[in-house]
Write a protein that binds this ligand. Sequence first.
Ligand code: GLV
Length: 330
Amino acid sequence: MTASYRVFVTRVLPGEGFAELRKDPAFDLDVWPVDFPPTREELLQHVAGVDGLVCLITDAIDAAVLDAAGEQLKVVSQMAVGVDNVDVAACSARGIPVGNTPGVLTETTADMAWALILSSARRVVEAAEYVKAGQWQTWTPTQMAGVDVFGSTLGVIGFGAIGQAIARRAQGFGMRVLCWNRTSRPDEAAAVGAEQCDFDDLLSQSDFVCVSIALTDDTRNLIDARAFELMQPGAILVNTARGPIVDEEALVDALRGGAIAGAGLDVTAVEPLSMDSPLLQMNNVVVLPHIGSASLATRSKMADMAVANLRAGLAGEALPHAVSPAVGSR
Ligand code: GLV
């Protein structure tokens, strides 16, 4: 049987859906075989003439990529919930739907936000490194003493599904939970015992400020020098969303100057974070390599959703999970 759909997949994906796609004679798959993403030139070459594109957060899918693909491109399917690397407006202008993978990663990502809250507060990474370095000589009353999470105040910036899941977990820690969202979410806040709050008040009252908002033009550098000035000197910033939501230079200044006490970052402004970054010299900062949704089960579910979106888009059907339905479908 002749393959009817040409598809470029920018990395080898986990999960059953992808394994089946690979065996399906209806698809002529070009799978980027290595862990490093295709370069811009390689991306432009490999998309030429494809009917479908499956991409990751590391791939910049803009108008030039869509033009290089050509008019037959029917769907862009991203294996992630965030799509800030995809020019969704350019896709819509060409009638190309964009799929993403919401829902399945909510709890896994909220777990990671909590891993960062706890490890920053209780100096877990620093203490483990101390042991490995052979510095554990005795027990002292203040050795590796951190701050309490239990009974403190958590501020959640962005109250979508992940923000709500982060807030829900705080109940078990007896915390006061404040939340801020661009549009009011009273029912969602009430459901998890959170108080909706003004942005500035959230910053000034929270012991832990957790960023869980999509990156858009409006949220870029949302946490800037002014925000750090409002925060408490003992506060810890946690970001499991996107790096550019935090002004990283202002963060470094805030940590150096004592405007805040620490940070737990799963994401950075540029990824991977440069080894020259001052953040890597600071004991009160935990940086992870963007692994919020990285459980094998969740990543497999995300890949399955991306494949389901791809299949639907190619068949001219509504995507099960569309960021933007096609405007004038092809
Ligand atoms: C990961 O960062 C995602 O947006 O799914």
